[in-house]
Every structure is written in structure tokens, then in C-alpha cells.
Design a protein around this ligand. Structure first.
Ligand SMILES: [Zn+2]
Length: 324
């Protein structure tokens, strides 16, 4: 019924978007990417002209490409999607914040660490304002920022920051929680890359004991983390330098769960949680209510009318009597 009101081209776009979403739900990311690429072939070059369904397709494509391990291909879409959502929904809308998280994740994955850090800083500021400094999303964005700072070589500060976030998360949400367990695994990875394997092993033991009863994917993630080798390219306390971006890989590597950021727990959240494409509806203009008297006013008016009527009657009776 709603579709009957929208132009044919847009209707076609919405139908394609829904098919792409169905592919994402079924885990068919390659098919989703193909459909979205077709849809986005006619996208306006200027992000200011994109419509809501197109913007959502762009953000979905960003998530699909990231999940397929193609952050370089996702980079342009990530910036376009975020610019469009900002314009359509404002800075603080959940859709805009999701697209900002995606942009930060893309920048991290391509090695643009200082730009990624700026985006995470921005996310932290907004989440802190909206939800407070210890909300789940604020803590997650702080953990992501620590990860980026570590990649930039600001190791001691990054490890201390992440340890602080873990302590706050555990105090707020309990020790047995998938997010703080993942954070512990990430902290272990930092120590491993910084040449302190003993500390890494101790942290992973701690993570394993906090993971009892958690879903299997967390246990699998800890197994992967315990087998990982130290990053040979990592440089501790590197002097401030321009970002060295990684060249696009020849073969896409599907993203490892351990590398996934915390703030966007999934690049491809369930649809209702990501973006409900809202058809703009004309605002209902309510008719101004007819002016009504309050019961007290009505009672007063009735009393006055009564008094006047009685007085008039009294005058008539008197004049009739005196006349007779
Ligand atoms: Zn280091």
C-alpha cells in the first residue's frame, strides 16, 4: 500500500534492498554484495542527493564488504554512508552512529589509524552524552579506541586504557560477559604483540575462566586467540608518524572474529536493529480543538442566566401586580 505512493525507480530500489537483506540473513554475503553492487551502480555521485533506501544499501554494502574481508573496497562506501545518514537523520541517530562505527572500523582495517582514532573519539563523546560514561556502547567505543592506539604504537597507554575499560565493564555487567571476555582476549593479544607472552597467557586463562557458560563462539574465539602468533610488524612506543596504510590484499581474507570491533558488535546487525527504512510520512496536522468552556465557566454562566431570568420574572410579576 505504501509502495503504491512511491515512484517506480524507488520501488525497484526498495525491492532489491529487501532481497539483499534476505541474502545477508541467510549468510549469502556474495549474493548480497552482487545485488547491492547492481543497485548502487546508479547511485548519485553526490552523497547529498542519495535517498534513504540508497543510503541504507550503501551502509549494508559496507558491512558486507567488511565481513568479506575487503575493507579497501568498503572505504568509499563507509564515508558515503556516514555522510548521507548524518544529513538524513542527524549526528545522534542510531543509524548515523552505526555508520560512524563502521567507518571507524574500516579505517582501522586499512591502517588509517589516526583517522580511525578521531572517529572513535567522536563516538565516545556522543555515547557519553547520550548514555553516560559507563554505558555498554561508551565502554565498547573506548575499548576500540585503545585497540587503535595500540596499533599506532601507543602501547602502555593503550593497554592501561583497555584494562581500565575491562574493570569498569566487569563492575557494571559482571565478569561472565561475552564483551569483557573478548576485551580480555584483545588485551592478551596486545601483551603478546608487545613481547610479554607470559602476561598474555595469564590474561587468556582469566578470560577462559570468565567464559564458562558463554556461547560456543566465545570459546572458539579464545582457542583462536591462544594459538595466535605475535604481530611481527608491531612497533612498541613508535614515534608519532603518518598512517601507513596497508595495501589492498590480492585475496580477500574473511574477517576474524577477534579483529572485530566491540562498538559494532556485528557489522551486519539484524535489520530492525540496524536501519528500518522509513518512508517519510506527511506530518499529520491536527485540527485545532474547538474552544470549549470549562465546566466551572459553564456553571457560572448558567448561574448568571438563572439570576437574570429570575430577576426579569420578578420585575414582570411586580409590574403586573402594581399595574393591576
Ligand atoms: Zn607494543
Amino acid at each position: 500500500m505504501i509502495l503504491a505512493c512511491v515512484p517506480l525507480q524507488r520501488r525497484h530500489g526498495v525491492a532489491t534492498l529487501n532481497r539483499a537483506r534476505a541474502h545477508v540473513d541467510a549468510g549469502e554475503l556474495d549474493a548480497a554484495q552482487e545485488l547491492l553492487s547492481q543497485m548502487l551502480a546508479t547511485l548519485p555521485g553526490d552523497a547529498r542527493k542519495a535517498r534513504p533506501a540508497e543510503a541504507e544499501a550503501v551502509v549494508l554494502q559496507t558491512g558486507v564488504l567488511l565481513s568479506l574481508g575487503e575493507p579497501h573496497a568498503a572505504r568509499g562506501w563507509a564515508a558515503y554512508g556516514h555522510a548521507t545518514f548524518r544529513r538524513l537523520y542527524g549526528d545522534r541517530d542510531r543509524r548515523t552512529l552505526h555508520s560512524l562505527g563502521l567507518l571507524a572500523a574500516v579505517l582501522t582495517r586499512v591502517g588509517a589509524h589516526s583517522r580511525a582514532a578521531q572517529r572513535y573519539q567522536h563516538l565516545i563523546e556522543i555515547f557519553t552524552e547520550l548514555e553516560g560514561p559507563r554505558s555498554e556502547r561508551t565502554l565498547a567505543a573506548r575499548a576500540d579506541l585503545a585497540t587503535v592506539e595500540h596499533a599506532r604504537g601507543h602501547c602502555v597507554k593503550a593497554r592501561n586504557d583497555l584494562a581500565g575499560v575491562i574493570a569498569e565493564h566487569q563492575a557494571a555487567f559482571g565478569k561472565v560477559h561475552p564483551v569483557s571476555v573478548r576485551m580480555l582476549a584483545r588485551l592478551a593479544g596486545m601483551y603478546r604483540d608487545c613481547g610479554d607472552p607470559d602476561r598474555a597467557v595469564a590474561l587468556l586463562d582469566q578470560a577462559r575462566s570468565n567464559a564458562i557458560g558463554l556461547p560456543g563462539e566465545i570459546i572458539d574465539l579464545l582457542t583462536v586467540a591462544s594459538r595466535a602468533k605475535a604481530d611481527a610488524d608491531h612497533m612498541c612506543e613508535a614515534p608519532a608518524a603518518a598512517d601507513v596504510e596497508t595495501p589492498p590484499a590480492q585475496i580477500a581474507v574473511r574477517e576474524a572474529p577477534i579483529a572485530r570491533p566491540f562498538s559494532t558488535v556485528s557489522y551486519l546487525p539484524e535489520h530492525p536493529r540496524l536501519v528500518a527504512w522509513e518512508v517519510p510520512r506527511p506530518e499529520r496536522v491536527e485540527k485545532p480543538a474547538a474552544k470549549r468552556m470549562s465546566p466551572a465557566t459553564m456553571a457560572l454562566v448558567a448561574a448568571i442566566i438563572g439570576i437574570v431570568a429570575v430577576t426579569v420574572l420578578f420585575v414582570i410579576v411586580i409590574s403586573t401586580v402594581s399595574g393591576g
